[in-house]
Design a protein around this ligand. Sequence first.
Ligand SMILES: NC(=O)c1ccc[n+]([C@@H]2O[C@H](COP(=O)([O-])OP(=O)(O)OC[C@H]3O[C@@H](n4cnc5c(N)ncnc54)[C@H](O)[C@@H]3O)[C@@H](O)[C@H]2O)c1
Length: 286
Amino acid sequence: MADAFSTLPPIADGGAAVITGGASGIGLAAAQRFAAMGLPVVLADLSGEKLRAAEKAVQAAGGRVAAVPTDVAKPADLERLRDLALRQFGHVSVLMLNAGIGLNTGSAWKGLDGWKTLMDVNLWGVIHGAHAFLPAMVEARRPAYVIATGSKQGITTPPGNAAYNVSKAGLKAYAEALQHELRNTEGCGISAHLLIPGFTFTGITAGRVNEKPPAAWTADQVVEFMLQSLSRDDFYILCPDNDVSRATDEKRMAWAMGDVIENRPPLSRWHPDWKAAFEAFMAGKG
Ligand SMILES: NC(=O)c1ccc[n+]([C@@H]2O[C@H](COP(=O)([O-])OP(=O)(O)OC[C@H]3O[C@@H](n4cnc5c(N)ncnc54)[C@H](O)[C@@H]3O)[C@@H](O)[C@H]2O)c1
């Protein structure tokens, strides 16, 4: 059966879908979906058995695929990836900058090596990807999507993993700037999008639990929601999950921004003095 989204201009244009972190989770689910829609897929992930298995899985579904060992922390790897994608498939229709790690350094002032590793992958990995691919993609003047995978933790920045929050908050600001610049670039048919998954059962979360928790979405659900959002030209692809609705997310984000506007302490949502006020706000009484 034809995929409802295969007529979206970038997908109909038939260039490669290049996906970093494409060997697992959301990236692999996206690779399989784009391959099923007829796009050649370039899987970019760390070298190893996981990447080889992902390549076979996409091939088995009938897709044309190139698996390219890539460390997104290294700009030269992204340049090599671009050269290969263009040489092999001509042009790029989807650039999904999705590789990410959940490494927890624990403290805001400890574990500097962990902070740097996390920033190198989650934030610099995306910036490296955009710098390597966008000049040629803009020059090509073809329709394309650039999708960066962010996180709700980059918006509401909950306590617990400051480094991850900082990387994803930086990524949100970067993706916003990217889309502003792309839409103001004459003759450019590329749009940028920020994918904001909810709780999703993937390689990152499977490290903590063996089975999909009832609250989590599957990676396939995230990809379906992403395609629906792209078909509406949404920039912010804010995914719910089985626990958290869009309405809840909206209130949590409004409260977080309210810290600045109302001059409350930062992260007041988790501050005992503000617990009752936050709960009243969430219940619609604030
Ligand atoms: N799973 C969730 O609940 C959730 C929620 C919000 C955001 N995210 C984000 O979604 C994205 C995809 O993660 P996922 O949940 O599918 O996890 P995952 O672990 O299944 O997939 C991430 C992939 O990135 C790869 N990767 C890690 N470091 C890399 C590097 N240096 N270079 C290239 N590839 C590298 C991993 O090998 C892995 O295959 C990440 O950016 C993550 O932060 C996930």
